[in-house]
Design a protein around this ligand. Structure first.
Ligand SMILES: [Zn+2]
Length: 402
C-alpha cells in the first residue's frame, strides 16, 4: 500500500509557514530526470557531487544529460567517501572553486549529500568545517542546493545540517545553517533500486529510529510530531514489503518518502540517546550507522518509556500506524511498538548483541563516556549521563533473541 497523499506528490507538505527556508519536495518515478528544469530556476553553473558507486549505477549520467539539455554548465565531483571528513570535503570544494558554481547538486546517499553541503560551506565562506560546527556559523548564505537521494534512510535531503568527521578525532561534527537546507529535493523511487538489500535494511531501521527519537526528545513540537508520525507510518507499513519484494516501486516510494519525513522531523526537533549510544560504536568499533542505531534503539525506548508522557507518545505512534488497536492502553501499545521494532531488526538480520559487533563488556565504560559527550544525548527525554548510558549498554542483551 503506497498511502502517498497528493500534497506529498506535489511537495507542498514539507513546507509550513514559519520554516526559515522554503523547501520543495518533488516525489515520483522519473522525477530526477527533470533536474535541469529545476536547476535552471536556481543557477547556470552546477557542481554535481556523487560517489564512485553511484557513478557505476549510472544515475549521474542521466542527471548530467538533463542539466546539459537545460543549458546548465556542470562540474562533476565523483569522489565522495563514506563518513565524509573535513579533508574529503575540502578536496571537493577545492576542485569546484575554480569554475565559479552557483548551484550545488548532491546525488547519492547521506555521504554524497553531506559532502555537497560541506563543500557548499567552504565554497561560500572559506576555512574548514570546524569553523561551522554548530548552528548558524556561516557569515555568507550558502549556494542553493538540489538534493537527489538514492538511499532511503538518512533524511539528509530534508536537513540543514552536514555531518562531517574531524580527520584527527573522528568525531562527527554537525554543521548547520538554515541556508544549507536543500531548496529542492527530488525523490525518485527508481534510484533506490540500485541500493544493496543489506544497506536498504539498515538504513530503513535508521530512518525508523529517526522518527521514534525525534518524536519523544525534548525539542519535540507540533511540526516535528506531524513529520515523525507520518514518517513512522509510511516506514513501518512498507519496509518489510520492500525487503520481500525489492522491485515493488510503490512500497519503495513509501519508504523513501517516510525516510524524508523522518529527516524533516529531525530538522524540526532533534535525536536522543539511541544515536548518542550508537555514534561511539561507529567511531570506535566501525559499526555501520544503521546497525549501531538499531542495536541501541529498543533498550533506549524501554528506558524512555518510564516517563509517562513519553510512553503516551510511543503509544500514539503505534496507534497512528495501525500496529495496535486504538483502544489499547499506553502500556500495551508501547509493548506492541517495542516488539515491532525488535521483530523488524530480526527480519533484517541486523546484530542484536554488542558481542556480535565486537564490543565487549570491558570497553563499555569508555564507550558510555563517549556517548555522554554526544550532542544528541542532551535532548533525550529522560536525563542520560555516563552511568545511565552504561546501564543502557548493558541492558541491550535484554532485548535480543526474543
Ligand atoms: Zn541515524
Amino acid at each position: 500500500m503506497t498511502e502517498v497523499t497528493s500534497e506529498e506528490t506535489l511537495g507542498t507538505s514539507f513546507y509550513q509557514p514559519g520554516d526559515p527556508v522554503k523547501q520543495t519536495l518533488v516525489f515520483g518515478t522519473g522525477c530526477s530526470q527533470r533536474v535541469g528544469e529545476f536547476a535552471k530556476t536556481l543557477g547556470s553553473h552546477a557542481l554535481v557531487v556523487t560517489d564512485p558507486g553511484i557513478m557505476t549505477a549510472g544515475h549521474p549520467q542521466k542527471i548530467l544529460d538533463s542539466l546539459h539539455q537545460a543549458g546548465i554548465k556542470t562540474f562533476l565531483f565523483d569522489g565522495s567517501v563514506e563518513n565524509p571528513s573535513d579533508s574529503s570535503v575540502q578536496a571537493c570544494a577545492l576542485k569546484a572553486s575554480a569554475i565559479g558554481v552557483d548551484v550545488v547538486i548532491g546525488v547519492g546517499g547521506g555521504s554524497s549529500l553531506d559532502t555537497a553541503k560541506g563543500a557548499n560551506f567552504i565554497l561560500t565562506n572559506g576555512g574548514s568545517m570546524k569553523d561551522y560546527w554548530g548552528v548558524g556559523k556561516a557569515k555568507n548564505p550558502l549556494l542553493p542546493m538540489i538534493a537527489i537521494p538514492t538511499t532511503a534512510g538518512t533524511g539528509s535531503e530534508c536537513q540543514s545540517y552536514a555531518l562531517i568527521s574531524d580527520d584527527q578525532t573522528k568525531r562527527k561534527m554537525a554543521c548547520g545553517d538554515p541556508s544549507a537546507l536543500p531548496r529542492i529535493t527530488l525523490l525518485d523511487p527508481e534510484l533506490t533500486l540500485s541500493q544493496p538489500m543489506s544497506v536498504c535494511m539498515a538504513t530503513a531501521m535508521d530512518a525508523l529510529a529517526h522518527t521514534l527519537e525525534s518524536a519523544v526528545c525534548t525539542k519535540r513540537n507540533e511540526s516535528s510530531d506531524y513529520h515523525a508520525k507520518r514518517g513512522f507510518s509510511l516506514l513501518v507499513r512498507n519496509m518489510e514489503q520492500v525487503w520481500q519484494c525489492p522491485d515493488d516501486l510503490d512500497a519503495r516510494g513509501a519508504v523513501f518518502l517516510g525516510a524524508a519525513h523522518a529527516g524533516a522531523a529531525i530538522e524540526r526537533s532533534m535525536l536522543g540517546a539511541a544515536h548518542a549510544l550508537a555514534n561511539p560504536l561507529t567511531a570506535k568499533k566501525g559499526v555501520i550507522h544503521g546497525q549501531a542505531v538499531s542495536l541501541t534503539l529498543p533498550a533506549v525506548m524501554a528506558y524512555n518509556r518510564e516517563d509517562s508522557a513519553v510512553c503516551q507518545i510511543y503509544a500514539e505512534m503505534a496507534k497512528v500506524a495501525g500496529i495496535t488497536e486504538c483502544g489499547s492502553s499506553d502500556n500495551d501499545a508501547f509493548h506492541q511498538l517495542l516488539s515491532t521494532v525488535i521483530r523488524l531488526r530480526k527480519t533484517a538480520g541486523l546484530p542484536e548483541l554488542l558481542d556480535a559487533v565486537g564490543c565487549h563488556d570491558l570497553e563499555l565504560e569508555e564507550l558510555a563516556q563517549d556517548a555522554s559527550e554526544q550532542w544528541t544525548a542532551t535532548f533525550n527525554p529522560r536525563k542520560v549521563e555516563a552511568p545511565e548510558l552504561l546501564r543502557i549498554y548493558y541492558s541491550i542483551k535484554d532485548y535480543a533473541n526474543r
